[in-house]
Design a protein around this ligand. Sequence first.
Ligand code: 13P
Ligand code: ZN
Ligand code: NA
Length: 270
Amino acid sequence: MTLQEKLKEYQLKHEAILATNFYNLETLQGILLAASECNSPVILQLTRSSIEYIGLKEAVVLARQALDSFKIEGWIHLDHGDSLELVKKCLTQGFDSVMIDASNEPFDKNVEITSRVVEEASKHGANVEAELGYIAKLGQEQSGVYTTVEEATNFVKQTGINALAIAIGSSHGFYKSAPNLNIERLKEIHAAVDTILVLHGSSGIPDSMLQEAIRNGITKVNLATDIKNTFMKALKQILFNTDEIDLRKVFPKATAQVVDLLVDKFKATC
Ligand code: 13P
Ligand code: ZN
Ligand code: NA
């Protein structure tokens, strides 16, 4: 099933698919071990930094083979694509889905850039996600400015995207103050706009709040920082207490913590 079809199916059920970022073999394994324990489909996301770190072809081969070996229904997605050039490279390598993030641009420019990506992706039958409004990037402050219904409606009509990341109060990375999602705005956008709605910045949002967002129209939940943080914190702790130099004995213990985190997240979001 294509990701577009799967997301539609989940939208109708008022359920969400977890979209998890991976950074290396261990975090990829952690995601798939958890997905198979929960028997959940999963979206495997790569940012430009992760692609540059792992290698584009290597990342696709690893992810595709891992899905196959674990018998998990999953899709490979470019997270926060920042240029048409990167999008094209990913599509050529067989990504199922791409995000173009031109949310820093004025509305019309965002429409123009996103439309080019939609045109390109349609040649590959790929899913396209774009972003509208201000979702705080890592280390930035939340602005309290939310995506409006009118802008969302026009943006989806003008671009033909399949999925839209909306600003409803979430931010990337950790939260300095308790997260507070604008569920009213989410409901309004969900009622007015015919597209898949995506929640970015899910690390740090309590499960009950994620569930409320899913009940009210979020169909894709993006989780990144929690995965990276869990792996590195566990690793630090393990290394502090051992002189073991065989990484094949050390890393799996950190991977196990990622599995625990994600089993909980799959259970909370599915
Ligand atoms: P977090 O890092 O806050 O989980 O956000 C993830 C995300 O939005 C990836 O696109
Ligand atoms: Zn994001
Ligand atoms: Na976050």
